[in-house]
Design a binder for this molecule. Structure first.
Ligand code: MEV
Length: 310
């Protein structure tokens, strides 16, 4: 049996602006992972859910989820292999359309498992290229940050067209990640921002540049030993995302609740209009912020520590 997995991700700063050439910072979110298992021989390639339901099979296009079938075919083409006659099973803990990079994680785990089954060694850069191509199926014009963080499984600063760079983290810090319960496919807010750029280029470009400047400041703070100084940058980034029209009343309520309960900072993370909010906390306020998020409607809350790294 061949097994592979990949983590979820959360964006700390710079979502949406990254699609338009600004930098963004993201970290892996190891509390949630996607797992793929190649279980054994089958009459033809079949991709199934954990419970056995058919997700995609090249021989049965009419019974396949069209996007997952395209993902599977893109991966086979990227690896330059024929469809093996095996049964592949997916178990993903990552909610979809929630800002956690679920599509990138599934594609990464699937590519790793298929490469391993075919006894191909595949380096991170090629894996990243293949997963980026699958991201285009779901998002149209992905920025590239989701696949980069999920594939490399470390904190990265990403600017379109450049190699991702490692983010130095001087001191560990804790985040609460709250699922709003609302779902929105990434391409919807991404398209809305693109439209705004056409309708109101001056204002929108200025907002995107302000977000880029926040990312640069956040890189400096992250490298130092006062991670709580990220807090005001998070609130400012959230406000700017609101001005871009990608927040929502529920996300704003969660950010406000976190702030009132003592979080040093909070913002939506990912594409927005739903999905998740991250809040910067420490031991003194973590439980209170979690309670406030719950009372403000969060459906699930995770705690994660971003470890120091050189
Ligand atoms: C989605 O996780 C992040 C966005 O910036 C889109 C992208 O970069 O592909 C909204």
């Amino acid at each position: 049996m061949t097994r592979a997995s990949a983590p979820a991700k959360v964006i700390l700063f710079g979502e949406h602006a990254v699609v338009h050439g600004q930098p963004a910072i993201a970290v892996p979110f190891p509390a949630l992972r996607a797992y793929v298992e190649i279980r054994g021989d089958a009459a033809a390639l079949e991709f199934r859910s954990h419970s056995g339901a058919l997700l995609a099979a090249p021989q049965l296009p009419q019974k396949s989820d069209p996007l997952l079938l395209q993902m599977l075919l893109t991966i086979l083409r990227g690896l330059a292999i024929d469809a093996p006659r095996v049964s592949i099973h997916l178990r993903s803990e990552i909610p979809q359309a929630c800002g956690f990079g679920s599509g990138a994680a599934v594609a990464t785990a699937l590519t790793r498992a298929l490469a391993c089954h075919a006894r191909l060694s595949i380096d991170a850069s090629r894996l990243n290229d293949i997963v980026f191509e699958t991201e285009s199926i779901f998002h149209g014009t992905p920025g590239g940050i989701d696949n980069a963080v999920v594939v490399h499984e470390r904190a990265l600063c990403f600017t379109k067209g450049k190699d991702p760079s490692r983010v130095r983290i001087g001191r560990p810090f804790d985040l609460l990640v709250a699922d709003s319960g609302d779902r929105c496919a990434t391409h919807i807010p991404v398209t809305a921002v693109r439209r705004q750029l056409q309708v109101n280029p001056g204002r929108t470009t200025a907002i995107l540049a302000d977000i880029g400047a926040i990312v640069e400041q956040a890189l400096e703070v992250l490298a130092g030993d006062l991670p709580f100084a990220l807090g005001p940058l998070m609130y400012r980034n959230h406000d700017l995302l609101g001005k871009l029209g990608v927040s929502s009343p529920v996300l704003d309520r969660l950010v406000c609740a976190a702030g009132c309960a003592g979080a040093a900072g909070a913002k939506l993370s990912g594409a927005g209009r739903g999905g998740n909010v991250i809040a910067l906390v420490d031991e003194s306020c973590s439980a209170e912020v979690a309670l406030a998020l719950q009372e403000a409607g969060a459906k699930q809350i995770w705690s994660t520590t971003i470890q120091a790294r050189g």
